[in-house]
Ligand binder design. Structure first.
Ligand SMILES: Cc1cc2nc3c(=O)[nH]c(=O)nc-3n(C[C@H](O)[C@H](O)[C@H](O)COP(=O)(O)OP(=O)(O)OC[C@H]3O[C@@H](n4cnc5c(N)ncnc54)[C@H](O)[C@@H]3O)c2cc1C
Ligand code: SF4
Ligand code: SF4
Length: 458
């Protein structure tokens, strides 16, 4: 969502009474939810802060997960519900941590800005009548702009919390939503709320950003309608998909030939990303398998530099996909050109045939975009330095031994906030960071009381 407020911009913001928690988890993706649930289950008081209107992170948007092809939302939705309804977890969504000041070990003072939804969340019943009444349609962020949403909208069906919100940037102030709302909970005068909290530790689970495919101009993403990203293909393949069939955007035709371009924005010095994003090979292979089910007559080609299938069951999944008939072509795509009918010509170096320049034609091209560090969370720590590596991932002073520890004692980081990785590894690191935070709290209590073992939830 598009709001970047600063505390000082909002003279009229409501400041709420200070609260105390054992840990503040920043980011409500799979990693942050796991950390919050583990600490909550152990009896610690958790404050979970998520900047988007709903928790869930990237996972709820995905189709299925490699290599087991489990339904992604079937795994993430119950996890979201457990988090939202946990007695030891307080959730602040659509909220951003603006500053975290360490005032001693086990004592962080944090200020969090909750952005206005222009809807009274406590009163909204998520009946969708405002959404139906609203005449304004804009591209849906949730569906990667493949469908539309209203200016009065509920972010997605399984959003948590499930409440409506108004997008003032696109609102024409016609009042239709206000007239339609049966409980009168639309409030255009809402202001941001400033929360102050004291937390004893912090877990950063702020996730990743997708590489912006427009930074590879020879692929013409955003210009050629039939060049889409892998995240858009996830939406096409998801059970909550924007269209009932997979269609190419330019003319609604069912694609008969689909090409994947791997390593878009990864292992590429021209865009200053030398690293491997770790998940793109596998999610492309997964999407190819799902496409073979959805479009049994389609030809699918994957253009790759190397296939990195390093995890449990990954190599077998790759071998199975080849056996199913997906065409793996070792070749780096130099450029894509659009033909008059919307088809796309790929120019590439055909490495297995002597490196000669070749070209091929496809109906639809999917760019397997890489994973980038999220926006800098380091800036929230006002009197301590949160160290990042040269790429921008949060850096541990002991990467090999304690990867979830950061340069600030009492602050831990996990999941894709510290580097590219898949869902299981992100969840495991969420649990790891929770244990690190518990050990920190227990150590502090031992140091304070001199007792052999004290501590535990406050
Ligand atoms: C196209 C695609 C397909 C994929 N398919 C698979 C797959 O099949 N299997 C698999 O294992 N992995 C897959 N992945 C990888 C998977 O998405 C990640 O491993 C997983 O989402 C990482 O979880 P996370 O919690 O670390 O980060 P995220 O899911 O990014 O969650 C981070 C959360 O933190 C929030 N946040 C960020 N900054 C702040 C802030 N300052 N304050 C408050 N909140 C903040 C974000 O809004 C977000 O909700 C895929 C990735 C992509 C791009
Ligand atoms: S006032 Fe704005 S949000 Fe409400 S119905 Fe009109 S355009 Fe939509
Ligand atoms: S009409 Fe009112 S109660 Fe219903 S979803 Fe919209 S804001 Fe919520």
């Amino acid at each position: 969502m598009n709001i970047e407020p600063s505390i000082h911009e909002f003279g009229g913001s409501k400041e709420l009474p200070e609260e105390r928690h054992d840990v503040m988890v920043v980011g409500g993706g799979i990693c942050g939810m796991q950390a919050a649930l583990d600490m909550g289950d152990m009896g610690f008081k958790v404050l979970l802060v998520e900047k988007e209107p709903s928790i869930g992170g990237v996972m709820y948007k995905l189709s299925k997960t490699f290599p087991t092809l489990d339904c992604s939302s079937c795994i993430s939705t119950p996890r979201m519900a457990s988090t939202a309804h946990h007695k030891n977890i307080t959730m602040l969504t659509y909220s951003e941590v603006k500053e975290a000041i360490k005032e001693g070990e086990g004592n962080f003072r944090v200020r969090i800005l909750e952005k206005p939804r222009y809807v009274d969340s406590a009163a909204c019943t998520a009946c969708s009548l405002c959404e139906k009444a609203c005449p304004v349609i804009v591209p849906s962020e949730y569906d990667g702009n493949l469908s539309g949403r209203k200016a009065a909208f509920i972010p997605f069906d399984t959003a948590l919390p499930k409440v409506a919100m108004i997008d003032l940037d696109n609102c024409i102030y016609c009042g239709a939503c206000e007239r339609a709302c049966p409980v009168g909970c639309i409030d255009f005068l809402q202001t941001p709320k400033l929360h102050t909290a004291r937390v004893r530790s912090v877990i950063l689970a702020t996730g990743f950003r997708l590489f912006d495919a427009k930074l590879k101009p020879t692929y013409h993403y955003g210009e050629y309608p039939n060049v889409i990203t892998s995240m858009q293909m996830e939406r096409y393949l998801s059970p909550t998909r924007p269209t009932h069939a997979i269609v190419r955007p330019s003319d609604g035709k069912e694609p008969g030939s689909i090409a994947y371009v791997l390593c878009v924005g990864s292992r590429d010095d021209t865009v200053k990303n030398p690293y491997c994003s770790q998940v793109c090979c596998m999610y492309s292979i997964k999407q190819a398998q799902l496409l073979m089910g959805a479009l049994p007559l389609a030809d699918i080609a994957i253009y790759y530099i190397d296939i990195r299938a390093f995890g449990k069951g990954f190599e077998e999944f790759y071998v199975q996909t080849k056996a199913m008939g997906v065409n793996f072509v070792k070749g780096k795509i130099a450029k894509i050109e659009q033909q008059e009918n919307g088809d796309l010509t790929l120019f590439y170096e055909d490495i297995e045939n002597g490196g000669r320049l070749s070209k091929s034609s496809h109906d639809l091209v999917v760019l397997a975009v890489g994973i980038m560090p999220g926006k800098d969370v380091a800036g929230i720590f006002k009197n301590d330095e949160l160290k990042l590596d040269p790429i921008g991932w949060i850096k541990s002073p002991d990467e090999a031994g304690s990867p979830m520890v950061t340069s600030i004692r009492g602050v831990f980081a996990a999941g894709t906030a510290i580097g590219p990785k898949d869902i299981p590894d992100s969840a495991v690191e969420g649990s790891g960071a929770a244990i690190d935070a518990v050990a920190y709290l227990w150590t502090l209590d031992r140091e304070r009381t001199g007792a052999e073992k004290k501590g535990g939830p406050s």
